[in-house]
Design a protein around this ligand. Structure first.
Ligand code: CP
Ligand code: NVA
Length: 328
């Protein structure tokens, strides 16, 4: 199989076989990395990493993965380039495509990364938009596969704001790979109807099941995975905190929900997470709303069931697979 020259903008664009291929390749690259086997197959190439929002995992993963593959990297931060301010996305795409072999973009609307891809003659990889976070989903699927040994039929429950990048992309990933996906939140936080319909079509082909449930006790019963994400995402106004805390607090992942799921259930989170007061925002908002933690309690985050740091490591192996598959 070859994905050479393809963009990586959303998993909607990829078949289950292609996603499976990327997961297999990630596993091979992880093995090589762990065993000190050189894999600098893209020596001489260079990639541009555009970040209009901040990042720890995604930036580090693209940089280390590119270096392991033998490539050079140029990081363009939110303030250090002309993008969007003095130069359009279409012009930027054509400039960068002449200099680099691939372009990563993290930013706001999905339409921006799509426009970049439309005008770029080299592959464009989505490092997170408001709507989608496809490289994260590959890491999450790899982590589930490593833990349980398979993906099909896994009961995956996503708690919280299911209509943003993580909820949307997890629903797509689960639909593509035949998992049983549940979004658990108040109905207004379910993914958009049009996306649900697309995923239901995919599910018919793959055997996946999709559920949208407001009651956490019903949703968590028998779950293999309980996953969540922050209630307020990057780029959202600070004013939404109050509403989110009020509406999503019943969906906080805590011991009660993990107990409902059962002892074999694992906890996942793309990170970063507000599970204590050890961050500036976590402390400020925690004191304001009188909460020790937001989307997940610290005991669950630190528990044996939590695989969040394995997930974080898998970002690097899966991003490496995406770059190798689309550039080689
Ligand atoms: N999960 C994730 O994308 O993390 P960063 O924002 O640190 O890249
Ligand atoms: N929903 C989060 C994901 C961070 C990786 C955000 O967009 O901020």
């Amino acid at each position: 199989m070859t994905l050479k020259g393809r963009d990586f903008l959303t998993l909607l664009d990829f078949t289950p076989e292609e996603i499976d291929y990327l997961l297999e390749l990630s596993g091979e690259l992880k093995y090589k990395k762990k065993n000190g086997i050189l894999h600098d197959e893209l020596r001489g190439k260079n990639v541009a990493l555009i970040f209009e929002k901040t990042s720890t995992r995604t930036r580090s993963s693209f940089e280390v993965a590119a270096h392991d593959l033998g490539m050079g990297t140029t990081y363009l931060d939110p303030s250090g380039s002309q993008i969007g301010k003095k130069e359009s996305i279409a012009d930027t795409a054509r400039v960068l495509a002449g200099i680099f072999d691939g372009i990563e973009y993290r930013g706001f609307g999905q339409e921006i990364v799509e426009e970049l891809a439309e005008y770029s003659s080299v592959p464009v990889w989505n490092g997170l938009t408001n709507e989608y976070h496809p490289t994260q989903i590959l890491a999450d699927l790899l982590t589930i596969k490593e833990h349980f040994g398979y993906l099909k039929g896994i009961k995956f429950v996503y708690m919280g704001d299911a209509r943003y990048n993580m909820g949307n992309s997890l629903m797509i990933g689960c639909a593509k790979m035949g998992l049983e996906f549940t979004a658990c939140s108040p109905a207004k936080y379910f993914p958009e109807k049009a996306l649900i319909e697309k995923c239901e079509e995919i599910a018919k082909e793959t055997g996946a099941k999709l559920h949208f449930i407001e009651d956490p006790a019903v949703a968590c019963k028998g779950a293999d995975v309980i996953c969540t994400d922050v209630w307020v995402s990057m780029g959202e106004p600070v004013e939404v905190w109050e509403e989110r805390v009020k509406e999503l607090s019943p969906y906080q992942v805590n011991k009660e929900k993990m107990d409902i799921a059962g002892e074999n259930c694992i906890f996942m989170h793309c990170l970063p997470s507000y599970h204590d007061h050890k961050t500036k925002v976590g402390k400020e908002m925690g004191e304001k709303f009188n909460m020790e933690a937001f989307e997940v309690t610290n005991d669950v985050f630190e528990s044996e069931a939590s695989v969040v740091f394995k997930e974080a490591e898998n970002r690097m192996h899966t991003i490496k697979a995406v770059m190798l598959a689309t550039l080689k």
